[in-house]
Ligand binder design. Structure first.
Ligand code: GLU
Length: 416
């Protein structure tokens, strides 16, 4: 059972809610609640000052029943095996909800990339890749960007892997630069998926996004794109907070201007065309939609009751604790869960992998059209399940995912 503060414990609690309703076979229950493989590596790096530092890295392949493990790599001081295992489990359910032929994986390195030079980050990425090289590959495990990693990190990863295997292998990672086999639309895909699921949820709840107010926690690759695309649909993004500060403008923030500002200042903090907002104040704002797009464990029992939004769309992975989620559900807040709301990123990663393997590339409109279809379909399947069982969208998403993975696990049967 969940130990207090454990991210994997939170995942298990969510799983349990769905598995009970499904009356899941006890053997399958055990299989689906254990990670297949957890890899821990030490990465010694010579720092710019000449000293050697040793960084701990993880790669967890949670489940590979539906296909190769798939999921990002994060660089963050708070990375732990517990967190990476939970994130790998969430990737498993996310890929199943989106009907992608992938299992779930995740990687992470305990480091503070804001205090490292480009050369140190490259050395760390290459050493980590080399340490796990035998366990990854286009048919085995395909990393991607996550918190604090980007296209450049994927390029180093792909190069290191290719040097080891002796030929260029583009399909070993996704979220690469477009020039070297990346997909058009991949960078915006997670935020675009958040926009699509927000739009579908608003339609279901019967309110118009045109003129609706939105607050966003986190202004990285997910939050910034979601904010920009929601603003394009006519929503008023009134508040944004990030790792450093927050901004508020009742008339709606100028998102392109805010993006320009953050590119220069690394934070929204101090943006001139808005009032300053205390970071924790993001939870209590009187808005229609709240998009948590930062890290896990943000919406807790301490702040869940302050939330006035009628719709929460989880751009981040695991932003809401299970207890907080129960409170929100009781109050009638409609939560589009992470494993559905942020599945746009891995969906376009899947398109990237397909394009790499075919050596034939699509234009951006084709990519976005396919993403739109996948997201609308996934949303509809989860909503239909929620209505059929009269349950919340998170439990419904787990039911859809567990059903798909359990069905194939049974079909494939037991080895040995
Ligand atoms: N890191 C993203 C996620 O959490 C994307 C993973 C991927 O594209 O493989 O979904």
């Amino acid at each position: 059972m969940a130990s207090h503060g454990s991210v994997f414990g939170a995942m298990l609690q969510e799983f349990e809610g769905a598995a009970r309703i499904l009356n899941l076979d006890p053997g399958l229950w055990k299989m689906l609640t254990h990670p297949k493989r957890q890899i821990i590596v030490s990465c010694p790096i010579q720092m710019d000052n000449g000293e050697i530092e040793v960084f701990t890295g993880y790669r967890v392949q949670y489940n590979i029943t539906l296909g190769p493990a798939k999921g990002g790599i994060r660089f963050h001081p708070d990375v732990s095996l517990d967190e990476v295992t939970a994130l790998a489990a969430w990737m498993t359910w996310k890929c199943a909800v989106a009907q992608l032929p992938f299992g779930g994986g995740k990687g992470g390195i305990i480091c503070d990339p804001t205090r490292m030079s480009r050369r140190e980050l490259e050395a760390l990425t290459r050493r980590y890749t080399a340490e796990i090289v035998d366990l990854i590959g286009p048919e085995k495990d395909i990393p991607a960007p996550d918190v604090n990693t980007n296209e450049q990190v994927m390029a180093w990863f792909m190069d290191t892997y290719s040097m080891h295997v002796g030929h260029t292998s583009t399909a070993v990672v996704t979220g690469k630069p477009v020039e070297m086999g990346g997909s058009l639309g991949r960078r915006e895909a997670t935020g675009r998926g958040v926009m699509i699921t927000t739009r579908e949820a608003a339609r279901h709840l019967g309110f118009d996004l045109q003129g609706a107010t939105v607050s966003v926690q986190g202004f990285g690759n997910v939050g910034s794109v979601a904010a920009a695309l929601l603003a394009q649909l006519g929503a008023k993004v009134v508040a944004v907070t990030d790792w450093k500060g927050g901004v508020y403008n009742a008339a709606g923030l100028d998102i392109p201007a805010l993006l320009d500002y953050t590119q220069q200042h690394r934070s929204v903090d101090g943006f001139p065309h808005a009032e300053a907002l205390d970071r924790p104040a993001i939870f209590g704002l009187d808005v229609d939609v709240f998009v948590p797009a930062a890290l896990e464990n943000q919406i807790t029992v301490e702040n869940a009751d302050q939330i006035k939004a009628k719709l929460i769309v989880e751009g981040a992975n695991g932003p809401t604790t299970p207890d907080a989620h129960a409170l929100l559900h009781k109050r009638g807040v409609f939560v589009v869960p992470d494993i559905l709301a942020n599945a746009g990123g891995v969906t376009t990663s899947y398109f990237e992998w397909v394009q790499d393997r075919h050596g034939y590339f699509w234009n951006e409109a084709e990519v976005n059209e396919k993403l739109e279809a996948k997201m609308v379909q996934a949303f509809a399947a989860v909503l239909e399940t929620a209505e059929r069982y009269k349950i919340d969208m998170r439990t419904a998403a787990y039911i859809v995912a567990i059903n798909r993975v359990a069905t194939v696990t049974k079909m494939r049967g037991m080895y040995a």
